[in-house]
Ligand binder design. Structure first.
Ligand SMILES: [Cu+2]
Length: 115
């Protein structure tokens, strides 16, 4: 009787000691649609070519001491003058290659590739 009770108690203890079932690994979240960013520094867009998914929003931030602009070559978007720390956002709704430039610095160019 005593032994049975002991076994029962031990079993209970063992059960209680079992680690709680771990949470199922969460399915990988799709990339955050707003995570795409381009930094403007030293008269350059970094990264110069950025690949994103359709529907993503790109944020350009002017981290330079100079003013810059973000202008689509085809005119589909235009930031106007971006002062230091200024930002510009554009959401790409169609797939394709979107080369853009800075109106103030002819050699400053970038491309957004939308997949
Ligand atoms: Cu510029």
């Amino acid at each position: 009787m005593c032994k049975t009770l002991l076994i029962a108690l031990l079993s209970l203890l063992l059960l209680a000691a079992q680690p709680a079932p771990k949470d199922k690994p969460k399915p990988k979240a799709p990339p955050t649609p707003s995570a795409a960013a381009v930094s403007i520094k030293d008269r350059k867009f970094t990264p110069e070519t950025l690949t994103i998914k359709k529907g993503q929003t790109v944020t350009w931030t002017n981290n330079d001491d100079l003013d810059h602009t973000v202008n689509a070559n085809d005119g589909s978007f235009s930031s106007g003058t971006l002062k230091k720390r200024g930002t510009f956002q554009y959401t790409f709704k169609t797939a394709g290659k979107f080369p853009y430039n800075c109106k103030l610095h002819p050699r400053q160019k970038g491309t957004i590739v939308v997949e």
